[in-house]
Structure formats: structure tokens, C-alpha cells
Design a protein around this ligand. Structure first.
Ligand code: CU
Length: 247
């Protein structure tokens, strides 16, 4: 899959490939949930209503603050009109970036499109420094260890999820045993990451190990957000990584 043009960074524009992300409103009130709605306007000027599911969903909606804090991976619902909506809340003030990632029906596979728009949450903003690069992350009761090098052009990454030192049983989530989003530090370019094995078998996976191909386009820092599901709950482990140039 490496080197294909759909591996190019996405999520840097509100409009690309003839599709435009149009939110109803771009302001958020920190600390409260409010309906958030948007449309994907197609080449014909009308809301896109037909999608090809990608990782089990017609559309993936990612919200993160510009300093990489407050990551959320959501799945809005689509009305017959084509309008997507979801209750959306953010904990604190700042500028957030909202990504919509989808595959229009009838387009050649695989061609996911990721569009993005900034959302503004008023209030006192306190920037969170980017955590230092590390190969382990703690989330809830779990520890996640990352192995593998991040190299421009193609990276093979493996994550092992443990609890109290014992690998956990992973449940299928979004067509695989985990879902990984990589955002470039500086501009929040969105990388399309491929799970190495899809969960063709719908049963749980022992050993807590998941692998991905992450085709990073440039050297430098990225923030990785790994969603995994165990005991019916989804958790997100976050890592800062440094991509090295290809040799
Ligand atoms: Cu999703």
C-alpha cells in the first residue's frame, strides 16, 4: 500500500477532490454538549448522501484541539437530507480541528477523503505542551507499548496492550482490532493508516497485539492516537513519535 497517492497527507483543507465540508456552526461552548451538524457538499453542489463504508463506518469524525489535546473519535448519524449530526462537547477553550474522513460511493477504492475545519471554543485558553516522544503510554488501567520504527515512506508499528502486566483480549473495533490516527505536529496533517490485519474473524483477539502501516510523508514529529476495545469499552492511547528520513 505504500507510495500510493491516497497515502498523501490529508485534512489540510476544507475542500478537496470536489468535496467540501460545510458545518452549520463553527463555535463551541466549553463544558457543554450541543448538537453539531455538517454536510459534505459534492461536485454537483448537493449534500453527499451515498458513501462506501470505510473501517465499518460511512464517516469518521475526529475532533482535536490544535495543541493535540482533547482527542475525540466520533461517529455522527446521517439524516435522509445528507446532514450529519452528533452531540459534541469539548472540555476547555481553544481552537479545535474537526476532520471528516469518508469514501464517496462510486469512487475507485481505496480513496478516502479527509476534509477539516477549525472550530472555536471561547474562553481562557491554556496550551498543553506536546508530550515528549515515548514508546509506552498509559490510559485508564492499561499500558500500551509501541514497537517499530517510524520511517518516511513506510512504517510498521506494533502495539501491545497490557493490564497489570498481562496482555488483554482485544475486541473487534471498526473492522480491525484497533484504529490508529496519525497527525503531523505543526499543521495537523491527517495520515491514513492501514491496519495490518482486518478482523475477518469477528471473535476477540488474545495477546493484545495490533499492527499497522503508517506511511508518514515527512520526517519530524507526529502524534498517534490508538483506539482499542476491550471489555466492551473503547480506550485511546496517545504517543508522540519522531519520523526518521528513509535511508
Ligand atoms: Cu471512526
Amino acid at each position: 500500500m505504500q507510495g500510493m497517492d491516497h497515502d498523501a497527507p490529508q485534512g489540510l483543507a476544507v475542500s478537496a477532490d470536489g468535496y467540501t465540508l460545510v458545518p452549520t456552526d463553527t463555535t463551541l461552548s466549553p463544558g457543554t454538549f450541543a448538537p453539531f451538524a455538517f454536510k459534505v457538499i459534492g461536485k454537483d453542489g448537493k449534500p453527499l448522501k451515498t458513501y462506501t463504508p470505510l473501517h465499518d463506518k460511512d464517516l469518521h469524525f475526529i475532533v482535536v484541539r490544535r495543541d493535540m489535546a482533547g482527542y475525540q473519535h466520533l461517529h455522527p448519524t446521517r439524516a435522509a437530507s445528507g446532514t450529519w449530526s452528533i452531540p459534541l462537547g469539548v472540555a476547555s477553550a481553544g481552537v479545535y480541528k474537526a476532520f471528516a474522513s469518508f469514501q464517496p460511493a462510486g469512487q475507485p477504492m481505496p480513496m478516502p477523503i479527509t476534509l477539516a475545519v477549525d472550530l472555536m471554543a471561547s474562553g481562557q485558553f491554556s496550551a498543553v505542551p506536546l508530550p515528549k516522544p515515548a514508546v509506552t503510554a498509559a490510559v485508564d488501567d492499561f499500558k500500551v507499548r509501541m514497537a517499530g520504527a517510524v520511517i518516511v515512506g513506510g512504517s510498521a508499528l506494533t502495539f501491545v496492550v497490557t493490564r497489570s502486566g498481562t496482555p488483554v483480549e482485544l475486541q473487534p473495533y471498526l473492522g480491525a482490532y484497533g484504529h490508529l490516527v496519525a497527525l503531523r505536529v505543526g499543521d495537523l496533517a491527517y495520515l491514513h493508516v492501514h491496519p495490518e490485519a482486518m478482523s475477518g474473524d469477528p471473535g476477540p483477539l488474545a495477546g493484545g497485539r495490533i499492527s499497522f502501516h503508517a506511511p508518514v510523508p515527512t520526517a519530524g514529529q507526529y502524534r498517534l492516537f490508538l483506539d482499542f476495545k476491550t471489555a466492551d469499552v473503547v480506550h485511546t492511547a496517545e504517543f508522540t513519535v519522531v519520523a526518521r528520513p528513509a535511508r
